[in-house]
Design a protein around this ligand. Structure first.
Ligand SMILES: C[S@@+](CC[C@H](N)C(=O)[O-])C[C@H]1O[C@@H](n2cnc3c(N)ncnc32)[C@H](O)[C@@H]1O
Length: 330
């Protein structure tokens, strides 16, 4: 796979205050793509090649179901081809997306998280945004819908990158990309973002303080961090380090209380730290669907006590915190 689907985005990036990083980001994305030898890649590439041309429609980025609304109903054969090609990119975790009548009912109702986040953040109009661990870019589309000037999404999971390519086949935007990069692939001197999002990533990091330091460095002085992560409910500074799995996930390292998280942010140099939301994740937000047929949250909670995971830990609660890199930050 090559960089062709990302070229319009890199051209756009070259016309922003981040132009100096175009070459290095493109090089690193190409390296990652070259190193990816996922056994399903040929199948996924065939799926992209089978995506049909569609009649023109109206883009919907400020709608819970991101996508394209047709002017009339889609021809039934065309709808079946579209649906089959998109289904070959299973599992669809983040969404939903609606492409001319095909409703990709994803595992997550990511629109619910967006509603909780969007209320409390600085207006995105004209901002340069980085979304770390962006999945297939669902929230990135919503950021464009909220007026962001350019959104760089990064995610090392190749399938999610291909899902973004599939959706962008129809939305055709050059101001959002999901680049095949982990945060560790970003140049160490990359900085200048007005807003950096890290949602659903911190608990997967083995070194959460380093993650927060990285996010701090990526922001311009005065820029805003939007941090969403699993937390422990209750007062005081507490921390859960699951000894094994957490809600069946193998890679959960640190679940702090909100007070502990705020302390970490302060130690990493952030100011203006505020909590804008704390919400228990329920089956209305995360569940198996036709588009994500594996097990999901309801299978990973104690069937006798849904306030516990199957391992006996507190069930998932997520918080959104906002913080700033100070204006005078070195
Ligand atoms: C729980 S999902 C969150 C997706 C999205 N941000 C959201 O809130 O719905 C975590 C994402 O982080 C990505 N991820 C894993 N390791 C990463 C890394 N080193 N750098 C950036 N993203 C990473 C995963 O591929 C996955 O898409």
């Amino acid at each position: 796979m090559d960089l062709t689907p990302f070229e319009p985005f890199f051209d756009r990036l070259a016309r922003t205050g981040l132009s100096a990083w175009r070459e290095r980001l493109a090089e690193r994305a190409a390296l990652r793509l070259g190193a990816q030898a996922h056994g399903d890649l040929p199948k996924w590439e065939q799926a992209l090649a089978r995506l049909p041309d569609l009649p023109s429609g109206r883009a919907r980025l400020d709608d819970p179901c991101v996508g394209i609304e047709g002017v009339g109903p889609l021809d039934a054969d065309l709808g079946r081809s579209l649906s089959a090609a998109l289904m070959a990119l299973h599992p669809w975790r983040k969404g939903p997306f609606c492409i001319q009548g095909v409703h990709i009912d994803t595992e997550w109702r990511s629109d619910l998280k967006w509603d909780r986040v969007a209320e409390g953040i600085a207006p995105l109009a004209d901002r340069l945004v980085l979304d770390v661990g962006c999945g297939n870019g669902y929230h990135g589309w919503r950021m464009l819908g909220a007026g962001a000037r350019l959104v760089i999404g990064i995610d090392p999971t190749l399938l999610f990158v291909l899902q973004w390519i599939a959706i962008n086949r129809y939305l055709v935007r050059d101001d959002l990309a999901v680049l095949p990069l982990g945060i560790e692939d970003l140049p160490r001197d990359l900085t200048g973002f007005d807003t950096v999002f890290s949602m659903g990533v911190l608990y997967h990091r083995r070194s959460p303080i380093d993650h927060l330091m990285d996010l701090h460095r990526l922001l311009r002085p005065g820029g805003e961090l939007v941090l969403e992560t699993l937390v422990l409910e209750g007062e005081g500074e507490r921390l859960l380090v699951p000894p094994g799995r957490y809600a069946a996930m193998r890679n959960v390292w640190f679940i702090p209380s909100v007070d502990a998280l705020a302390l970490w942010l302060g130690r990493c140099g952030f100011t203006g730290i505020r909590v804008i939301d704390v919400t228990r994740t329920g089956p209305q937000e995360q569940r198996s669907t036709d588009w994500m047929r594996f097990q999901s949250l309801p299978d990973h909670l104690d069937p006798r006590d849904s306030s516990r995971t199957i391992e006996g830990h507190p069930a998932p609660v997520r918080a959104v915190l906002i913080a700033n890199r100070p204006e005078s930050s070195p």
